[in-house]
Design a binder for this molecule. Structure first.
Ligand SMILES: [Zn+2]
Ligand SMILES: [Zn+2]
Length: 135
C-alpha cells in the first residue's frame, strides 16, 4: 500500500495529503526560513508537486525572494510550504505540519553555515554550508 502522510495547519483551515516517499528530508538554517517561521531551524520534506494535495482556499502565498514562494495559512499563519521557480515540479513541505513525524527521518543539514552556535547538532548527517539541493 502506498504511504500517505496527512497534516494541516494549527487552526485546521488548511489540510494536506502527501502520497509516497519524499525525495528528500532536510533541515534548513537559512535566514529566510528563520524569518518565515520565527524558528532557528526548519525541517522540510521535498516532494514532486503531484504527490502533494493541498486545500489552497485558505493558503496564502508570499514571495520571499524573486524565485521563492512560501505558503502559509491565511487564518492562523502556520508555515506550510516552500516552492522555488528553479526547482520546477517540486514542493517542500514543513514537516511539522504532518500528524505523524516518524517517517520523516532527516537526511542532511542545509545552510549549516547559518546555524546559531548554541544549537548543538550531534548526529552524523551530512552538513552543507549552503543547500544540498542544487539550484
Ligand atoms: Zn490555519
Ligand atoms: Zn532555508
Amino acid at each position: 500500500m502506498e504511504r500517505v502522510a496527512e497534516g494541516g495547519c494549527q487552526c485546521g483551515a488548511v489540510r494536506l495529503r502527501a502520497a509516497g516517499r519524499p525525495s528528500t528530508v532536510v533541515y534548513c538554517y537559512c535566514v529566510d526560513c528563520r524569518r518565515a517561521t520565527g524558528a532557528p531551524v526548519s525541517l522540510f520534506a521535498g516532494y514532486r508537486t503531484g504527490q502533494v494535495e493541498v486545500e489552497r482556499e485558505k493558503l496564502k502565498a508570499y514571495a520571499s525572494s524573486p524565485e521563492v514562494v512560501r505558503s502559509f495559512c491565511a487564518e492562523c499563519g502556520t508555515p506550510v510550504s516552500y516552492e522555488d521557480e528553479r526547482l520546477q515540479g517540486e514542493i517542500y513541505v514543513h514537516v511539522g505540519v504532518f500528524e505523524d513525524l516518524k517517517p520523516f527521518e532527516p537526511e542532511a543539514h542545509n545552510w549549516f553555515s547559518q546555524k546559531p552556535g548554541w544549537l548543538a547538532v550531534q548526529d552524523d548527517l551530512p552538513r552543507f554550508e549552503e543547500s544540498s539541493v542544487p539550484r
